[in-house]
Design a protein around this ligand. Sequence first.
Ligand SMILES: NC(=O)c1ccc[n+]([C@@H]2O[C@H](COP(=O)([O-])OP(=O)(O)OC[C@H]3O[C@@H](n4cnc5c(N)ncnc54)[C@H](O)[C@@H]3O)[C@@H](O)[C@H]2O)c1
Length: 286
Amino acid sequence: MKKKVVLLGAGGKMGCRVTANLKDEHDLDISYVEISEAGRERLKNTFGIEATGSYEPIKSAEAVIFAVPDKLIKDISKQVVPLMKKGATVIGLDPAANYGKVMMIRDDLKYFVVHPCHPSLFPFEDNLSLEAQNDWFGGIGAAKMDLVCAIQQGTDEDYAEYEAFARKMFKPIDKTFRVTIDQMIMLEPALVESITAPLVKGIRMAVDACVEKGVPRDAVMSFVMGHLKVQFGVLFDFAGFPFSDGANLALKNAMDVIFKPNWIENIMNRKAIDDSVYDITHETSK
Ligand SMILES: NC(=O)c1ccc[n+]([C@@H]2O[C@H](COP(=O)([O-])OP(=O)(O)OC[C@H]3O[C@@H](n4cnc5c(N)ncnc54)[C@H](O)[C@@H]3O)[C@@H](O)[C@H]2O)c1
């Protein structure tokens, strides 16, 4: 028997990525639920799929994938979760709604969350195609990526079932990592949205400043991209050799100029994470 699945928000960014990967899976009976006309058009034009705006398919689904905006999950889950049949599974694509307790929880349902790690900056693979090198997000068949998965409510068997399902949703997958919702929230938003994204933006701003000060952009880009490779290699212990003494001294002197004391703890503490999750899951005026 085919597994009945509802993809909620099928016409959105994640909905379309998941649709592309699941639509030809023969053991699945998928209902594509999309509230917007534009999203339904996108599904029709891209995949030839007719989506519905009705929640009717939710009543018989074994799994409902929440590919809807985090800010709407509070309201949407209040409408959708009560319709689900006992024992069915809610699949989230981000831990914020579960961590922030805006996802409606029923004791007789299972809750699974999966988030893509995206193709690595350093795939260390022989003969990686140009297509794979240009696959930034992953899940389109070009580059492999890893997943982090958490089961908030359910057994180890349920976890195994939905980890295998998640592998199909985002194929091709290399490794999966089982984490808790609390651990996943440390990864995102804390680590990658609140720390690494601003650090990379800082690099971009410094590159632009260098160009404004008269260094040709091509030279700046070549210099910075090459040096970043060495720096990642050294600082993440891939390279197996250290920086020069001069480079170490410049690094040490600049750390205190650039970073505030306790900058990591200022982001990775419970209150800051709770505030960040609140912003992600609520309509705020910020
Ligand atoms: N975009 C990303 O790069 C990315 C990456 C990883 C995880 N996620 C997670 O995926 C989820 C979806 O994000 P997204 O970026 O795809 O959002 P999106 O805004 O691109 O798409 C959401 C879709 O949901 C539809 N929708 C809204 N309300 C609906 C309802 N009541 N019923 C049915 N459809 C409804 C919208 O019309 C839209 O098509 C979020 O939890 C997000 O955190 C997103």
